[in-house]
Design a protein around this ligand. Structure first.
Ligand SMILES: Nc1ncnc2c1ncn2[C@@H]1O[C@H](COP(=O)(O)OP(=O)(O)O)[C@@H](O)[C@H]1O
Ligand SMILES: O=C(CO)[C@@H](O)[C@H](O)COP(=O)(O)O
Length: 492
């Protein structure tokens, strides 16, 4: 046995996956859920200690005989969250998350101070958006002054978990690229952008060094080894944001590969050897955690949409799928704008969910159920168009995330995007990707070869696009776009 472990701390839960690289079998996956603090002003926060508690709880569920054989660990976590840490490693305030929309004012203030959107784009290759980390630091300064005074280390969730495992402060380019203080063209922290938050304090010196992809962030320290029941001194790979880890776990590591993740958020990302920036702001210019780039579209409402609708009617996911399958494509004109959690693309942090186009004939739960599934895919369709405009032409889409378990949703994605869909055998792609990154740290060599050796696809779940359905979806998508345009002024 050669056991590598992937930890994925998502929004809803932490998952730990043990993979035997010799037999190419996932031995087990365990999980523990997290709470989420939500407030009406768009605040979405978690306590960093919940992540460590969830990790401890996951490891407690694993057979000690497997744990003894672990040879390396990799960590993936939700991107963008700000973990403010003091000089002795103590966490100073709750973690503001990727889906926190309460910092729009700070984003506007910082963008203006830096000279406007064009200048920001020149400095970073990205915009300053509420989901990203930068505005959360200014928010801490303005609203939690005491914690800000003690700030000594600026970490992302996966950096913090790596610190727990190794005792070392580290970062890597993939997750760093989602901070809005990382210059993606030069793969370096931006001193100028951080000075806009506070020119009286050296925030730059609070950033961890960037570990090169494929290199370890450190090794498991004795106290953590004892707590988790794993060998001390084993390597911990540099780690990744969850989308970057998901790219590894779905084999999206070579030129032209494209993955769509249907999780709490909806993401569409492709691998590129060169930096791809999108001045129109649909694709974020992120780096991969394998040494290249990962342009990415993120919507804040994918399974958020289906969860909101199914909870409203008291259904489970299977019942929602069953009802949706009874409605025709386009839901007889019922159109949903799935901005239940605000939205990032389009940049509408104060956006709201809308169900439009209802009349006495089409107001059926079947249509509303289907509109939830369709709309979260329409929200990602603009990303595919952006990839095309920027010269990135994929041959297929690899689907992952909790939503990819739904057969009807997979076919909707395939028909809306008009691309063949492949589904990896291991569904927990971020945890699996983190485990494969750990294996890469041990073995060295090419990540492309390693992914093609270990990432397998489930032929039974793959789908081919239907042209006729594509024509119907294209019409419904146009209607969706018209509603987005019409509603946008109300959300600004
Ligand atoms: N069979 C299914 N059909 C539709 N949605 C599903 C199904 N199984 C799980 N899900 C959705 O997947 C979500 C979890 O997705 P996941 O990718 O694990 O989330 P995250 O990583 O964002 O925490 C659940 O909240 C649920 O809405
Ligand atoms: O903000 C983004 C990407 O930019 C999100 O994709 C987060 O990384 C959270 O992911 P999930 O919890 O949905 O996996």
């Amino acid at each position: 046995m050669q056991v590598v472990v992937g930890i994925d701390t998502g929004t809803q839960s932490t998952k730990v996956l043990c993979y035997d690289a010799e037999t190419k079998q996932v031995l087990l996956t365990v999980s523990a859920s997290h709470e989420l603090e939500s407030r009406e002003d768009g605040t979405r926060e978690q306590e960093a200690v919940w992540y460590l508690d969830a990790i401890r709880s996951c490891f407690a569920q694993i057979d000690p005989k497997i744990k003894e054989q672990v040879v390396a660990i990799g960590v993936s976590a939700q991107q963008h969250g700000f973990v403010p840490v003091g000089k002795d490693g103590e966490v100073l305030a709750p973690v503001k998350l990727w889906c926190d929309t309460s910092t729009k004012a700070q984003c506007d203030e910082l963008t203006q101070k830096l000279g406007g959107e064009d200048r920001v784009f020149e400095l970073l290759g990205n915009q300053i958006l509420p989901g990203y980390t930068l505005s959360k630091i200014l928010h801490l300064k303005q609203h939690r002054g005491e914690a800000y005074e003690k700030l000594a280390h600026i970490l992302l969730p996966h950096d913090y978990i790596n610190f727990y495992l190794t005792g070392v402060y580290s970062a890597e380019a993939g997750d760093a690229s989602g901070t809005a203080f990382f210059d993606v063209m030069n793969k370096a922290w931006s001193r100028e952008v951080l000075q806009a938050v506070d020119d009286g304090r050296d925030l730059y010196s609070m950033l961890p060094p960037i570990t090169k992809a494929g290199q370890p962030a450190g090794s498991v320290q004795p106290s953590t080894a004892k707590e988790l029941g794993i060998p001390e001194g084993i390597p911990v790979s540099c780690g990744a944001g969850d989308n970057m880890a998901g790219a590894i776990g779905t084999g999206c590591v070579g030129k032209g590969d494209l993955t769509m993740s249907m999780g709490t958020s909806g993401t569409l990302f492709g691998y590129s050897d060169t930096c791809i920036t999108d001045r129109k702001g649909r694709l974020a210019a992120f780096c991969s955690s394998t040494g290249g780039y990962l342009p990415l579209l993120c919507t804040m409402n994918c399974t958020i949409t289906t969860e909101s609708v199914r909870q409203l009617f008291g259904y489970d996911v299977k019942e929602l799928d069953r009802l949706a399958s009874k409605a025709p494509i386009g839901c007889e004109g019922v159109t949903m704008l799935p901005f239940f959690n605000g939205e990032r693309v389009p940049n509408l942090p104060h956006g709201k969910g809308v169900i439009a186009g209802l009349d006495m004939g089409n107001m059926k739960v079947e249509n509303i159920a289907r509109a939830a599934l369709e709309s979260s895919i329409y929200a990602m369709k603009g990303g595919l168009d952006a990839f095309g405009e920027l010269g990135f032409i994929p041959k297929r889409i690899i689907l992952t995330g909790g939503g990819a378990k739904s057969a009807i949703w997979r076919q909707i994605a395939c028909d809306v995007m008009q691309l063949p869909v492949s589904v990896p055998k291991v569904g927990e792609s971020a945890a699996f990707g983190a485990a494969l990154q750990a294996l890469w740290t041990l073995s060295g060599g090419s990540i492309v070869d390693l992914a093609s050796e270990h990432v397998r696809f489930d032929d039974a779940k793959g789908c081919e696009p239907d042209k006729e359905a594509g024509t119907l979806y294209a019409k419904a998508y146009q209607r969706y776009q018209s509603y987005v345009e019409a509603m946008t002024p109300l959300f600004q």
